[in-house]
Design a protein around this ligand. Structure first.
Ligand code: AP5
Ligand code: MG
Ligand code: ZN
Length: 216
């Protein structure tokens, strides 16, 4: 299974990825997570990516495509992979087609999580992530058992620096202008499946699993 998760910022891509990679034992490749790790480690990639992420803008295609190309070469992707937040532009999608073709594979499922724009701001400003393991929570919709403590590893929960109201507005505009057109791209290829991302987290997860098992 070679899967792409699409959807606007806050749609639940990262949340659902946690379930799917556990269930199907495939690597979770999030370009956003890769950039955040590079920023934390202070690498040249991180310095460059931060200029864009801090403004809520997309990182340029040539940087982003290189990261995914390198990651997909690693041996663990042979058994399948889940791309979260990539591709986000038509150029990235075209480059990905070339990369998977050179691996002798194809994208098998594109899952789009649909969530109304009005809900996304509340989801993003209330999001908390574990500083140690990256697990995702929400202060109201998916709270940890103990406030600000990760259920999985007891690490501290923090807020992402791009989860402010102002940056969320820019991120949503970037999504509308550059990423939403990709839905037509995958619709035309016949790989696109729509899932209502406004349902409870476990309901969304079950629907995605059914699609991936060919039962829906
Ligand atoms: P990235 O990290 O990918 O951010 P994003 O796309 O903005 O998406 P999010 O991670 O914010 O949302 P999500 O869909 O994962 O939602 P989550 O599951 O956390 O990218 C960050 C930045 O990196 C970009 O802005 C850009 O600068 C750069 N970048 C990354 N990829 C790039 C690319 N390909 N090209 C160029 N630049 C790139 O859920 C959100 C909240 O809602 C959580 O609190 C969660 O608990 C809650 N929640 C989830 N599901 C539900 C539900 N069903 N009901 C109630 N609450 C829910
Ligand atoms: Mg995410
Ligand atoms: Zn944790």
């Amino acid at each position: 299974m070679n899967i792409i998760f699409m959807g606007p910022p806050g749609a639940g891509k990262g949340t659902q990825a946690q379930t799917i990679v556990d269930e199907f034992q495939i690597p979770h490749i999030s370009t956003g997570d890769a950039f955040r790790l590079a920023i934390k480690e202070g690498t040249p990639l991180g310095v460059e990516a931060q200029k864009y992420m801090d403004q809520g803008l997309l990182v340029p295609d040539e940087i982003t495509i290189g990261i995914v190309r390198d990651r997909l070469q690693l041996a663990d992707c042979q058994k399948g992979f889940l791309l979260d937040g990539f591709p986000r532009t038509i150029s990235q999608a075209e480059a990905l087609d070339g990369i998977v073709e050179s691996m002798g594979k194809q994208i098998t499922h594109v899952i789009n999580l649909n969530v109304d724009r009005g809900l996304l701001l509340a989801r993003l400003t209330g999001r908390r992530v574990c500083k140690s393991c990256g697990a995702t929570y929400h202060v109201m919709f998916n709270p940890p058992a103990a406030e600000n403590v990760c259920d999985k590893c007891s690490g501290p929960l923090i807020q992402r620096s791009d989860d402010t109201e102002e940056k969320v507005g820019t991120r949503l505009d970037e999504y509308t202008n550059k990423t939403a057109p990709l839905l037509n791209y995958y619709e035309a290829k016949g790989t696109l499946r729509q899932v209502n991302g406004e349902q409870d987290i476990d309901v969304v997860g079950k629907q995605i699993c059914s699609i991936l098992r060919g039962q829906a």
